[in-house]
Design a protein around this ligand. Structure first.
Ligand code: SF4
Length: 169
């Protein structure tokens, strides 16, 4: 879809309206951001585990790349402020805000244990990010007063909201 066409503007308006609608829900979640309720944690975990299935299904490459950028950044984009250094798995990280803790299945990189590459949080076909960042199913585009995050704005500048929306699960 070409930018600045009536079709694109309508699409963008729709996206922002949806973000606004969702924002109240996300804001409510953020009230408990340091301690997500047990029900929210359980629902989010159940969604992720179901999407993985018994055959260790994985998100596609584009989605994992967006998630990777959201959590770790790169040489020009600082890592997410919620990323924590793992105490259990040296050299790895976990999300300090989603409430899942420092476990093997919640690491933000693929561990290599006994020569085997382990599944990471970024591999799940459907997974949540408490900051609603690109690549995750809870993605909400940047919008002043609704979802303000400079890192998100930078990632959207690089990839475009349409591409991110299509590849966030
Ligand atoms: S899952 Fe979201 S909040 Fe957690 S480290 Fe990644 S980008 Fe940050």
């Amino acid at each position: 879809m070409e930018e600045n066409t009536p079709e694109y503007n309508e699409y963008r308006k729709q996206l922002l309206e949806n973000a606004k609608k969702n924002a109240q829900k996300f804001k409510d979640e953020k009230i408990d951001i340091k301690d997500p309720s047990l029900i929210e944690k359980a629902a989010s975990l159940a969604r992720a585990v179901t999407s993985r299935g018994l055959t260790n299904k994985k998100a596609d490459e584009k989605t994992i790349k967006l998630r990777d950028m959201s959590c770790h950044g790169d040489s020009e984009l600082r890592p997410c402020s919620e990323r924590r250094v793992s105490e259990k798995y040296p050299g790895s990280y976990y999300c300090g805000t989603c409430g899942c803790g420092d476990k093997k299945m919640t690491q933000l990189i693929n561990l290599s244990i006994n020569g085997k590459t382990e599944y990471s949080k970024l591999d799940y076909p459907k997974v949540s990010c408490p900051l609603n960042m690109p690549g995750f199913g809870t993605y909400v585009p940047y919008q002043e007063g609704v979802s303000e995050n400079d890192r998100k704005k930078e990632i959207e500048k690089r990839y475009g909201i349409e591409y991110i929306t299509e590849n966030s699960h």
